[in-house]
Ligand binder design. Structure first.
Ligand code: DAH
Length: 338
């Protein structure tokens, strides 16, 4: 028989092999003692001398290929048989959900900080970072906080021996930013702040805030309302409205308290104390004294500033009712914050 014809026949048979038993029969038929390839190889010696080497080589290649294919198929069938047996014996339950391969996770504060900064970045804000140890000038004086203001008190502020303070608000970076960016700027600056608090479910000594400023020739509170709506809607993944009430901060004039429409209800719940609104951040138009101390002429430029508690935002977003979890290092409790 011509070798090429035999090869075709063998290929067709290999394609039809379905079980280990088929493989054994096939092996017998072609490679066993009386198998077709075996017989042909045995008869090579009877051929004419000039044909002998070529036919022997072709047959050996064929034999090697067939053995290779058979080996792969036998292995596959064997594994399939084992798996089927495991399934039959109910040793493997394929309906159990995948346990996943995730290891570790980001702290909830980090996750929401990224959402907030990304939302502001898409609206042209630069993201800045500053020192946690600042001067009295940065934390208070440059922000128009009077020398006798109670916030400067030891009760509220951690003072360092060298006269520095652990910043009590991220607002402490404002003065540096006016000097760095000049009168046309849009910056947010999130970070950790410290206050000399008695710790309980809603107060911690270390917590996160996000402050922001925008200065220019035609900046107004209307711009702030728009940005806040966008950011809050991005974080809560639903349409959030905002409203302003009069407020007081030494570094803004006029000053406002900005409320967000309750993200949990339509008509009043425990979180919004049945009012439909949640107090969210302090804000206002930057006080002329503050601009001036930052080297910006308040007769030419104006801007808004705001500051909110990032830690509190995370608590609202995930329904966390005890602030202490964030600094606890309790991986299990932090992992449950979703
Ligand atoms: N620093 C204020 C606080 O910690 C929050 C704040 C209010 C920041 C008004 C501002 C602002 O920039 O304009 O309570």
């Amino acid at each position: 028989m011509e070798i090429s014809k035999l090869k075709k026949e063998i290929d067709a048979e290999i394609a039809g092999l379905k079980t280990e038993l088929d493989c054994n029969e096939f092996h017998q038929k072609y490679l066993g003692k009386g198998g077709a390839i075996t017989l042909l190889l045995r008869d090579v010696g009877k051929l004419e001398a000039d044909e002998r080497a070529r036919v022997a080589q072709e047959l050996n290649v064929l034999k090697r290929d067939v053995e290779g294919s058979l080996f792969v198929l036998q292995k596959e069938f064997k594994e399939r048989e084992i798996n089927e047996k495991l399934l039959q014996d109910k040793l493997v339950d394929i309906s159990i959900p995948d346990i996943g391969r995730e290891v570790g996770f980001l702290h909830p504060i980090t996750r929401v900080m990224r959402e907030v900064t990304e939302a502001f970045a898409t609206m042209g804000f630069i993201i800045e970072d500053g020192n946690e140890i600042v001067t009295e000038y940065e934390n208070f004086t440059s922000l128009n906080v009077a020398p006798n203001h109670p916030a400067r008190d030891m009760q509220d502020t951690f003072w360092l021996d060298n006269g520095g303070v652990l910043r009590t608000h991220t607002t402490a970076l404002q003065n540096y930013l006016y000097k760095k960016y000049g009168p046309e700027c849009r910056v947010i600056f999130p970070g950790r702040c410290y206050r000399n608090e008695n710790i309980d479910a809603s107060h911690d000594m270390a917590f996160f805030q996000v402050d922001g400023i925008m200065v220019g020739k035609d900046v107004s509170i209307a711009n702030l309302i728009y940005f806040m709506k966008r950011v809050l809607s991005a974080v809560f993944k639903k349409d959030i409205k905002v409203r302003l009430r009069p407020g007081f901060f030494p570094f803004t004039e006029p000053s406002f308290e900005l409320d967000a429409s309750c993200m949990f209800c339509e008509s009043g719940c425990n979180v919004c104390k049945k009012s439909g609104w949640i107090e969210f951040c302090g804000c206002g138009m930057i006080h002329p004294n503050v601009l001036e101390m930052g080297g910006i002429n308040p007769n030419e430029y104006q801007g808004f500033a705001f500051g909110f508690g990032l830690t509190r935002l995370v608590m609202l977003k995930f329904g966390v009712d005890d602030v202490r979890v964030f600094n606890s290092g309790n991986i299990e409790a932090l992992g449950a914050v979703k």
